[in-house]
Write a protein that binds this ligand. Sequence first.
Ligand SMILES: CC(C)(COP(=O)(O)OP(=O)(O)OC[C@H]1O[C@@H](n2cnc3c(N)ncnc32)[C@H](O)[C@@H]1OP(=O)(O)O)[C@@H](O)C(=O)NCCC(=O)NCCS
Length: 190
Amino acid sequence: MSNPDDTTGAAASRNFLAVLPVSDGTVTIRAMSDADAAGYAAGTGDDMVRRFAHLPLVEYTPQIVRDMIRGAIADGLRDGVLAVLTIADAGSDAFMGSLVFFDIQPEDAEIGYWVAPQHRGNKVSGRALVLALGMARRLGLKRLRARTVLENPASARVLLGAGFEQVGDARPQLVPSGKTEMSVDYLART
Ligand SMILES: CC(C)(COP(=O)(O)OP(=O)(O)OC[C@H]1O[C@@H](n2cnc3c(N)ncnc32)[C@H](O)[C@@H]1OP(=O)(O)O)[C@@H](O)C(=O)NCCC(=O)NCCS
């Protein structure tokens, strides 16, 4: 397992569990648990999540999510190369959305996120991104990267509000849905 203080060398893995959970009193970022399975599966059925979020599978059931938590998600956290995390209500600990660190490089990583439809409109993802930047800093990452398509203005506003800056102009990129769409890169220093 990697030492979060060790940013030298080529190893790009990070010990995410060592810096979790994190909370601002309203939103908590934590590892996924079985209690999240129904909320995660339901959220992935939302049209905006299907179009804009990074989802490896087409369909999710609560059982598939529980299997993932024990399988690929546990493996990613153990190896420090992928962190699929829950954005939870800090009061009730209920699942509100998903935050993913992926493509982890020695100095930076990419981040993706979605919020379940019934929890939108309360700036949940902006809070989650601010917490993610703090996590990244503690893990020795200097920058976080994000990408969003031009036709996703809510996500762009969230990124800018959390301190990300646009990098370059919009350009055609392969997006999570598998299509090529005009996309914008964002970067934030931790
Ligand atoms: C992007 C997403 C996470 C934002 O959800 P949220 O955290 O609840 O964000 P909010 O609804 O509180 O809105 C945040 C900001 O976007 C603005 N916004 C929301 N919908 C908008 C729209 N259709 N057009 C323009 N701005 C919009 C809000 O007014 C708010 O702006 P403000 O901070 O200046 O007041 C959510 O829409 C989502 O899960 N979308 C699907 C997945 C996705 O797009 N993930 C990002 C992939 S890069």
